[in-house]
Design a protein around this ligand. Sequence first.
Ligand code: PHE
Length: 356
Amino acid sequence: MLEELETLLAQATTEIAQLTLEADVEAARVKYLGKKGSLSALLRGMGKLAAEDRPKAGEAMNRVKVGIEAALDSAKAAAGQKALAAELKREPVDVTLPGLPRARGHRHPVSQAMDDIIEIFARLGFATADGPELEWDLYNFEMLAIPPDHPARDMQDTFYIDMSTAPAPPPGSPPTRGAQSALLLRTHTSPVQIRTMLAQKPPVRIIAPGKVYRCDSDVTHTPMFHQVECLHVEAGLSMAHLRGTLDSFVKGFFGPGTKTRLRPSYFPFTEPSAEVDISHPACAGKGCRLCKNTGWLEVLGAGMVNPDVLRMAGYDPEVVSGYAFGVGIDRLALLRHGIDDLRALFENDVRFLQQL
Ligand code: PHE
C-alpha cells in the first residue's frame, strides 16, 4: 500500500509537470483526486489493512494528496501565465491609446423635478419631511377627516394590506381599533401632515415629497406616482398666504410668466378647498390641444387645513390656522418636457430617458 502510494505520487508529479494547458491540469485533478480517481481507489483499499497499519497508511495518503495538490496548483499557475503571455503576444496593448469613454447618465426626470421643488421651497423657508409608503388607515384617512364610510374614499382606489398575515404593530403605534389599524399603501402624501403635527408644535412649515399608490392605470394614471405635500401652520395664516406660496412655487418651477387660478373644490381635510390651475406653460396660456384650448391646466389640490384636522393632531384651531396643498410631481415633469404619456416615465426605456 505504502509503495503504491509512493509510485502514484511520483507518477502524478511527473505527468502534471509536463502539462501546459489549464484544461489538462483540471483533467489531471479529476484523474488523481476526483471521487473516482486513483487516490480514492487506494483509499477504498485501506479497509483491508490490519488496524495497526492504518494510521501510517492514512498519514502517507495525506502526504500524497498534499503533494499532488501542490503539483496541480503550480502547473495551473504556470499554464495561466503561459496563456496570458500568448494572449498579449497575439493582441498587443497600446497603453497610449485614449480610453473608451463611458456614457454618463443623469437623474430621472421625476427626481429632477423633485429636487427642483425641494430647492424652491427651501428658499421659501420650508423644511423637507418624510413618511412611510406603507401607512396606517388612521393617518391616511381617519385623521384627515375621512372616516370609514366617507364617500371621499371612493376617489382614491386603495391597495390595502392583508392584515390577517401582518405582524403585530410595534410598540408606540397608533391605537388598534377597527379600520384605523388597517395598513395600506398611502394614497397621497397628506398623512405626512398628520405625522408632522403629531411630532412637533406649531409653527410648521414643511413639504413632503414621495411615492403614493392608487389602483389606477391608463394614459394619465400609473398605480405608483409621486406627490409633494405642502403644509404651513402658524398663527394668522389665510387663503392669501396659500396663494402667495403657490404663486412663488409655480413661478419658480415653470418661469416668472406663469399664472395661477383657484377654483372651488372639496377635500375633507381642507375647508375651504380649491383646485389650482396654472396657465399652460407650453402655449403661454393662449390655448392649445393639450390644454383643450382653455390655456389652463389643473395641477394640484389645496385648501385651508380643516380645524377638525388641526384639533385631532393636537393643535388649537383658535390659535393657529394653516394651508396645505398636494401636487402630482409626475404631471409637472411631463408638462415641463412636453410628454403626453405618463407611463413612459416608468417604463425605463433608456432611449426615452436620455432625451430628457
Ligand atoms: N391629498 C390630496 C389628493 O391627493 C391633495 C391635497 C393635499 C388637497 C392637501 C388639499 C390639501 O388628492
